[in-house]
Design a protein around this ligand. Structure first.
Ligand code: HEC
Ligand code: HEC
Length: 405
């Protein structure tokens, strides 16, 4: 078991900068091994991180998640990530595990540091609670399973490990880019002063070289983004008290849905029925195709990237909302954030929030709540009052207000 270098990202740099990346890959691999260890023996560079960054993961939990699958006499499990995640997400978190080809959508590549289903701003990392919910529930409507049967403490170890893989992967990407764009790596490495290296305790007296400082700076920058990402606040939901108020809100939402500002229907189809031809890509695919001038359907052009480890490019569907499954959660606050911030890594855009929508370009919080109510009505049409479904939150609430569809 070995961490594989991010050859796809290296090739993207190579093609777009027209420079060789072999020498950079070699040095970055050495730096990563020193900072993060191996899948059998992970390391955590705590002494190079600030106090709150240091505590993002614990070495003990990393050791439980890593390596081969085994249990000791006290029934402490090891190799949790190998056991539960590698088949889809791969040893290095590339999203290209042995079963990844057959998944729809593809498993996440943690190394880009981009996450979709979270309570934070579009560009932010998920909170630890978001990741806990993810392992508890899985991602409905996708192959990502629930890990509710894994003990809570094992799940915490898995979360540490996934944060570790993501930080490792983002540091790798940034070091490669820096090497090519600024440090002068070409066929050979640059002069010693600029070479990417981990400073050692012995040279503590000496000034770190530019290459050594760059490693610490990038490491700290990437780790700091994981420190307490802020949950995006949601304005209070105007709860309709009567059936006709809810109907009015849904009707306003329907109008906004196909109106020019939100234009949700442009992607999700009239009444969210889908059926629009998917012609866009997610960011993970765009990176090695459209963004560097490669047509995703041009098999010859894509071939070198496939050889470097990329999965076959596929378009991303805007999804059918009517009768559909919400992957990121269906509670009102989650839907509000989804519509406000869009979905990171995908073409689904966010929307600017204004106090009032009159004349402006964005939507007001009230408008977004109307859209939430409309989307809820599409996903789960309210049952007729004669239908009594008592174990279902939404219909129970609908019953109280006497809503019929
Ligand atoms: C059977 C395949 C499969 C297995 C096993 C699996 N995943 Fe996933 N995972 C997926 C797929 C597919 C997605 C992408 C879903 C999407 O894009 O909505 C995903 C997405 C994710 C995400 C990204 C969520 C986001 O907000 O973007 C995380 C984190 C994750 N998985 C963690 C894990 C961990 C940790 C394990 C092991 C405990 C695991 N997965 C096991 C298939 C799998
Ligand atoms: C440019 C195209 C585009 C536009 C415009 C767009 N969406 Fe989306 N939307 C997407 C794509 C693509 C996905 C699928 C993302 C995924 O599953 O990874 C999506 C997914 C969703 C989901 C599913 C979230 C989940 O948890 O599964 C909802 C709800 C949604 N969109 C609502 C809206 C609403 C409401 C609007 C208008 C304010 C809108 N979308 C505008 C492309 C778009």
């Amino acid at each position: 078991m070995e961490f594989e270098s991010n050859h796809v990202h290296a090739m993207v740099l190579e093609r777009s900068r027209d420079l060789p990346t072999e020498a950079a890959l070699e040095d970055v691999e050495l730096v990563l091994a020193e900072l993060f260890g191996t899948p059998e023996e992970p390391a955590w560079p705590a002494d190079r991180l600030g106090a709150d960054q240091r505590e993002l993961v614990s070495l003990e939990r990393l050791q439980q998640a890593s390596g081969a699958v085994e249990s000791d006499a006290e029934n402490v499990h090891r190799g949790l990530y190998t056991e539960h995640c590698v088949i889809c997400h791969g040893v290095s978190g590339s999203g290209t595990g042995p079963a990844s080809m057959y998944q729809w959508p593809y498993p996440r590549d943690f190394r880009a540091g981009v996450f979709k289903w979270k309570s934070t701003q579009r560009d932010a990392k998920p909170t630890r609670d978001d990741l806990r919910r993810l392992l508890e529930n899985g991602i409905p409507g996708t192959p990502m399973p629930s890990f509710a049967t894994v003990t809570l403490s094992d799940r915490e170890s898995l979360i540490d490990y996934l944060i570790y893989l993501s930080i490792r992967g983002e540091v790798e990407r940034q070091l490669l880019a820096l090497a090519i764009d600024e440090l002068g790596y070409e066929d050979t490495p640059p002069p010693d002063e600029l070479r990417l290296r981990v400073s050692t305790a012995e040279d503590e007296q000496a000034e770190p070289t530019e290459g050594e400082s760059a490693v610490d700076e990038i490491l700290q920058e990437v780790a700091s983004e994981w420190v307490q990402p802020l949950v995006s606040p949601v304005p209070p939901e105007p709860i309709p008290h009567a059936a006709d108020e809810l109907h009015a809100s849904i009707a306003r939402g329907a109008k906004l849905f196909s109106g020019p500002i939100a234009n949700c229907a442009g992607c999700h189809g009239p009444e969210g029925r889908g059926g629009m031809p998917p012609n866009d890509l997610d960011d993970w695919t765009k990176e090695f195709t459209s963004r560097i001038g490669i047509t995703p359907t041009d098999a010859d052009a894509v071939k070198p990237f496939r050889k470097a480890g990329a999965l076959p490019p596929r378009t991303i569907e805007p999804r059918r909302l009517a009768g559909g499954v919400l992957r990121g959660g269906d509670d009102p606050e989650t839907l509000f954030r989804r519509i406000h911030h869009g979905i990171a890594g995908t073409p689904m855009p966010g929307i600017e929030l204004n106090e009032s929508s009159a004349g402006g370009m964005g939507l007001s919080p009230g408008d977004v709540w109307d859209l939430v109510h409309y989307v809820q009505s599409l996903v789960r049409p309210t049952p007729k009052p004669s239908v009594r479904v008592v174990d279902d939150e939404n219909s129970a609430a609908a019953e109280k207000t006497g809503v019929s569809s």
